[in-house]
Design a protein around this ligand. Structure first.
Ligand SMILES: [Zn+2]
Length: 178
């Protein structure tokens, strides 16, 4: 299994340093393309319940993300199936980045070819971390603070400021949610 990752850094890192590290022009970057619209599996190891995960996906839908099927199910985490996003607990692996609060792994580099699957690894039930990692199903990091896709949890708000530009990214990728 090929693993690629997005980090979620600790809030103690200085914001200016993070902004230098992640110079991603997020507001110009369309949402990732998927081979098929994935189904979400909430694995038994997930620290969040199916209902809690559904609430977070609904939040993303309200900002332009496509509606996805979500269900609790057994997961073969070592051999992810094409067309699925797995929500799972923390994995104790050599690939876990130091200080990361949550990690999303992909079948292939987003943007190079359509995505086949993603694994979202959440060691805790922190809803802000989960909202950010779920965002990686479609989006990269934002060089904007405070923002749901800024690579530090510090300062993210659930209000409009935290979602600036997100809807346009889905629009640019031709996702429609009607
Ligand atoms: Zn991230």
């Amino acid at each position: 299994m090929r693993l690629l990752l997005f980090l979620f850094l600790l809030s103690c890192a200085p914001k200016q340093d993070l902004q230098r590290t992640f110079e991603v022009p997020i507001f110009d970057e369309p949402a990732h393309e998927w081979l098929v619209l994935p189904t979400v599996k909430v694995c038994p190891s997930s620290p969040l319940s199916v209902d809690e995960v559904r609430t977070l996906f609904t939040l993303w839908e309200q900002h332009g993300a496509p509606r996805m099927r979500i269900r609790g199910d057994a997961c073969h985490e070592r051999e992810p199936l094409i067309g699925y996003v797995y929500i799972m607990g923390g994995i104790n692996a050599a690939t876990w980045p130091r200080d990361a609060l949550g990690v999303t792994y992909f079948s292939n580099p987003p943007g190079e070819s359509p995505l086949l699957w993603a694994l979202i690894s959440l060691p805790t039930a922190d809803r802000k971390v989960a909202a950010h990692e779920i965002g990686h199903v479609w989006l990269g990091h934002a060089n904007a603070w405070p923002h749901v896709m800024f690579p530090s949890i510090d300062g993210f708000t659930w209000t409009d400021d935290g979602w600036r530009g997100v809807e346009a990214q889905f629009f640019d990728a031709d996702y429609s949610n009607d």
